[in-house]
Design a protein around this ligand. Structure first.
Ligand code: FAD
Ligand code: AMP
Length: 477
């Protein structure tokens, strides 16, 4: 029943599989279904690639990469490189972003074709348990039925009921923030979650005066608190104003600026900004599906599934953002593969324990497994190994040694419970932590693995050594 166990598959013959949605959940499910021999149709109402490729993971990272180049240029002289910056060409920044997106969307189109997946352009809604009506782009409607159905309808930005937000041209969501005509002179970001922090990082690098307003006492609630505080300090040093325990009450107008009323720890304060980025989360995009007509159980649009990804209706599965749980592309894809396999005869449960959370700030921030906060909440007897990146040669070269790596382990068995990295390429390095947790590795197993020199990954091993008070490159306290 476990995800990751070696699996034998019987080929599905003469089974039709319909996938609704062509994001990283849906297109992966379609390809896996086709690999297993099903006759697959994928219905997409917008663009293949979904949120992730078109208005999510990929375009944000393209902007952030451009921002990182700007930052690197600021430090180039330190390395003896003389560059005369003429600033940026925003049109070209957007063009590069668009080119990467188009190439990837083209890649997905090609992959679906190579796997003989039929792509239907239109919006699907249920008319019965396994019957769908598809409103096509040419205005015609087609009815299709499938032996198995996988719903991968994804999500859209949530609009909070803050007075003055809806219909206000100064208020933008993440999608609009990726295609602004020019970087605004000032930007107030409502929400210090991943999307808010990433777009704040990007626009700060392009010279926008950025203010982040977060209602909770801590930014990035799911990330390690100590490293989040370190990241906050680094962002503030770059001129980003960050307010926590600060709730946006309303958005109005003052001259040509938006006037944002904020309750700051009990005191009302007004902020002016050219644009207000509303980044308070996302909601499932299941309205058009008419789930009730199929009898699919949901909680205000969040589709309910069991660990096999099955909905309350037999042969109908749901995956990814439309569940309203962990809204990440790699989770949608992992669930997509699993749902296709389960729909076509296999039985394996989804397990998110190796799920990495990544924040593409500068430096990057990534974590997997338990944070100290969650370990405390669960009453787990844990220990911590901490290694600062100023003591790591590669990090010192890459970003001046800014950041740290933390490993949490269980005191009884020395097993790795969590790995948290703030530093250059943290999101690429977190894979080691995910593997360690998946394999239930111990501190010793990480220590006994030879890590290449010079790499930032050496600091993962050093953090494990520090847990045993035998780090080599820092004094052990
Ligand atoms: P989606 O990608 O939303 O795809 C759903 C598709 O279904 C859409 O194309 C939609 O048009 C289609 N659809 C919906 N209803 C119907 C219907 N009735 N008929 C036909 N088609 C339909 N995640 C990460 O892991 N890493 C990141 O770095 C990251 N960055 C992000 C940055 C931003 C700004 C945003 C907004 C999101 C980011 N995410 C990131 C989240 C990630 O994009 C989503 O978790 C992921 O796209 C979810 O995949 P999905 O397949 O479930 O849904
Ligand atoms: P995420 O769900 O990760 O996208 O993060 C959204 C963040 O927005 C959460 O941390 C919320 O606490 C925060 N948030 C929601 N409403 C408000 C508000 N009115 N003012 C400030 N922050 C908010």
């Amino acid at each position: 029943m476990k995800n990751g166990v070696t699996r034998l598959f019987i080929m599905a013959k003469n089974i039709s599989l319909i996938v609704i949605g062509g994001g990283p959940g849906g297109y992966v499910a379609a390809i896996r279904g086709a690999q297993l021999g099903a006759d697959v149709t994928l219905i997409e109402k917008n663009r293949l690639g979904g949120t992730c490729l078109n208005v999510g993971c990929i375009p944000t990272k393209a902007l952030l990469h451009a921002a990182e180049i700007m930052e690197e240029m600021n430090h180039a002289a330190e390395y003896g490189i003389k560059v005369k910056s003429e600033g940026y060409d925003w049109k070209q920044v957007l063009a590069k972003k668009g080119a990467v997106v188009n190439q990837l969307v083209g890649g997905v189109t090609g992959l679906l074709k190579a796997n003989k997946v039929k792509v239907m352009e239109g919006e699907a809604s249920f008319t019965g348990a396994k019957t769908l009506s598809v409103k096509k782009k040419d205005g015609k409607t087609e009815t299709i039925t499938g032996d198995k159905i996988i719903i991968a309808a994804g999500s859209v930005p949530a609009i909070p009921p803050i007075p003055g937000v809806e219909g206000n041209p100064a208020c933008i969501d993440s999608t609009a923030a990726l295609s602004l005509e020019n970087p605004p002179e000032s930007l107030l970001v409502i929400g210090g979650g991943v999307i808010g922090m990433e777009l704040a990082t990007a626009y700060n690098a392009f010279g926008t005066k950025v203010t982040i307003v977060e209602a909770l006492p801590k930014l990035l609630p799911m990330m390690d608190g100590e490293l989040t505080a370190m990241l906050r300090g680094l962002m503030e040093k770059k001129g980003i104003e960050i307010l926590t325990e600060a709730k946006v009450l309303s958005v109005g107008k003052s001259g040509d600026k938006a006037e944002v009323q904020v309750d700051l720890k009990g005191t009302k304060k007004a902020f002016l900004a050219e644009k207000v980025l509303v980044a308070v989360g996302r909601r499932t995009d299941t309205g058009a599906l008419q789930l009730d007509k199929a009898g699919i159980r949901h909680d205000r649009g969040k589709i309910q599934v069991n660990e096999l990804m099955e909905t309350s209706v037999k042969d109908v599965y749901a995956i990814g953002d439309c569940l309203g749980q962990i809204m990440l592309a790699h989770i949608a894809s992992a669930q997509g593969e699993l749902a296709a396999e389960n729909a076509l005869g296999h039985k394996a449960g989804f397990d998110s324990k190796t799920n990495p959370s990544c924040v593409y700030t500068v430096p990057e921030f990534a974590g997997v497994g338990l944070t100290e906060e969650s370990a405390k909440e669960k009453g787990i007897d844990y220990g911590v190994g901490n290694f600062p990146l100023f003591a790591n040669g590669k990090a010192l070269i890459a970003n001046g040694g800014v950041g740290a790596i933390k490993i949490l382990y269980g005191k009884k068995f020395n097993e790795i419970l969590g790995v948290h990295i703030l530093g250059p390429r943290a999101t690429d390095m977190i894979g080691e932590g995910a593997l360690a947790i998946g394999l239930e590795a111990t501190l010793e197993e990480v220590i006994n693995t030879i890590h290449a020199h010079p790499t930032v990954t050496e600091a993962v091993r050093e953090a494990a050594l520090a847990a045993e008070k035998r780090a080599i490159h820092i004094p052990n306290k």
